[in-house]
Design a protein around this ligand. Structure first.
Ligand SMILES: Nc1ncnc2c1ncn2[C@@H]1O[C@H](COP(=O)(O)OP(=O)(O)O)[C@@H](O)[C@H]1O
Ligand SMILES: [Mg+2]
Length: 259
């Protein structure tokens, strides 16, 4: 992507682009930071049918979430151009928690930021869920299993037919819905100065099962939730419920494999 590729409608809206740079990328999109005379934006571009759908859902979710007080980027525009989709939003000046933990911060900083990460998830789960996200005709899990089935049929996903059948037949016990992020892991949390300052990547925001967020949040990776005690620090500040190993597996090693 270079400056010429940015749709003219977006340039008209934000003014001349002085600089384009590329932060660490995710998996579904191409993301660039745009500097104009007086503002810093992020532009997120997708080209794949499924990711295009997610980007338009993210745009809606960011609008709904803007009144919650949660640290989410303000959305400015969504643009359709042939097979691409473009989402323009505010730049948040931080690095991903994953990247930060990989930089081997000292132990106290590490604990502080993991604790704040847990607190942020508590805030999400205790926020008033925007009404637009509450309009479900069926349960959140039914919707997710239906989407999982559709993704399995139409796209390349890690999950298998057999796994999906198991998920349908062995649902976790019901729990009260809350506002959930739907992809809450350390890549989608931006930190600065040992504090979470931004939560990004919201296409799956919903009134749903908070255990899905918890399971994704605590997944161990290199330098991330790979030390004894990380989970304790997280759950101490999260302070709501702990999930069982079985629930963790259902969501992290099960349902998530279809998204
Ligand atoms: N609003 C933002 N402010 C700062 N950086 C961002 C912002 N949105 C995305 N990024 C950067 O781009 C990366 C990918 O964005 P993300 O929305 O997570 O896309 P993907 O769906 O591809 O994972 C993030 O990990 C982060 O480095
Ligand atoms: Mg992401």
């Amino acid at each position: 992507m270079d400056v010429q590729d940015i749709p003219v409608e977006i340039v008209d809206q934000i003014g001349a682009i002085q600089n384009l740079s590329f932060p660490r990328q995710g998996y579904t999109s191409l993301v660039a930071k745009i500097q104009t005379r007086d503002h810093q934006f992020i532009i997120k571009k997708t080209e794949h049918a499924l990711f295009n759908e997610w980007l338009s859902e993210e745009y809606l979710a960011l609008q709904y979430l803007s009144t919650t007080g949660l640290p989410v980027p303000k959305p400015y525009a969504f643009h359709i151009q042939d097979r691409s989709r473009w989402l323009l939003m505010d730049y948040i000046d931080g690095i991903s928690l994953r990247h930060y933990l990989g930089s081997k911060p000292d132990l106290r900083d590490r604990e502080k930021v993991i604790s704040h990460y847990g607190l942020c998830l508590k805030k999400i789960h205790e926020s008033q869920c925007p009404v637009e996200l509450r309009k479900n005709d069926q349960s959140w899990l039914d919707t997710m299993l239906m989407k999982a089935s559709r993704n399995l049929t139409n796209y390349h996903v890690e999950g298998t037919e057999e796994l999906l059948i198991r998920l349908k037949n062995n649902r976790p016990k019901p729990i009260e819905n809350t506002l959930i992020h739907g992809d809450f892991h350390t890549n989608n949390v931006l930190v600065n100065n040992n504090k979470v300052i931004g939560i990004i990547d919201w296409p799956r925001a919903a009134f749903g099962d908070p255990r899905f967020d918890i399971a994704l949040a605590i997944r161990p990776k290199q330098d991330v939730f790979d030390q004894e005690g990380d989970q304790d620090v997280f759950f101490e500040s999260y302070g709501r419920v702990r999930i069982t190993d079985e629930e963790y597996r259902y969501f992290q090693e099960g349902l998530y494999k279809f998204f």
